[in-house]
Design a protein around this ligand. Sequence first.
Ligand code: SAH
Ligand code: DHB
Ligand code: MG
Length: 225
Amino acid sequence: MTETLWNDVDTYLTDLLVTPDPALATALAASEAAGLPAIAVSAPQGKMLHLFARMLGARRILEIGTLGGYSAIWMARALPSDGKLVTLEADPKHAEVARGNLARAGLGERTEVVVGKALDTLPGVDARRDAPFDLCFIDADKANIPGYFDASLAMTRRGGLIVVDNVIREGHILEPNHDDAVRGVRAFNEKVAREPRVTATAIQTVGAKGYDGFCMVLVMGEANG
Ligand code: SAH
Ligand code: DHB
Ligand code: MG
């Protein structure tokens, strides 16, 4: 009942506020046809990431966790023609589906899908000088969020934003040893709380993705609150 209502409200908001983009619909259809799990951000969430990128005037975006490229399309749509989005994906099949979806969206030139476990590929991203990033979106295996945050922080410009998905986990975030994902998110939260170069908040969400939430971390580059 409640989740049906959350879904209906997301549909209502999407119909009103989210301009239909055939490339996004095609990307979801191709992802489903290829057997990828239906765990991409929702349409209103995708548009939120898109608006963040526009607010930041983003020219360089990093994503950790590509899946079929749905959130990547949303963010890359906010880039100027000489902008770049780098997205990291461990599963070669997901990466292949994402490359097809990004190409069909006309974003092939502006995007790069890097295959491999993100903790292994992140140092290479830095070396290729795609950094510094204006926006980082962390949305892969949750146990490694602390490591992804460290790498992202080192590559994000002052005034840039790091967004982390799935930080509430139906409220399980309050149970310290619920599972590896909760342990990862809690270790990340504690790291953010101790880190003087950033200021952050987290927002609980309901909708088509159930009860979860995002953490938003503003990179100040120096300790000044
Ligand atoms: N951001 C996507 C959803 C990502 S789902 C969207 O909203 O459209 C999480 C993705 O992270 C999956 O595709 C999974 O294969 C990938 N992943 C899991 N572990 C990873 C790792 N160690 N390194 C990189 N990607 C990983
Ligand atoms: C899962 C991963 C996600 O990033 C998400 O937003 C929802 C679910 C998952 O692995 O189940
Ligand atoms: Mg997610």
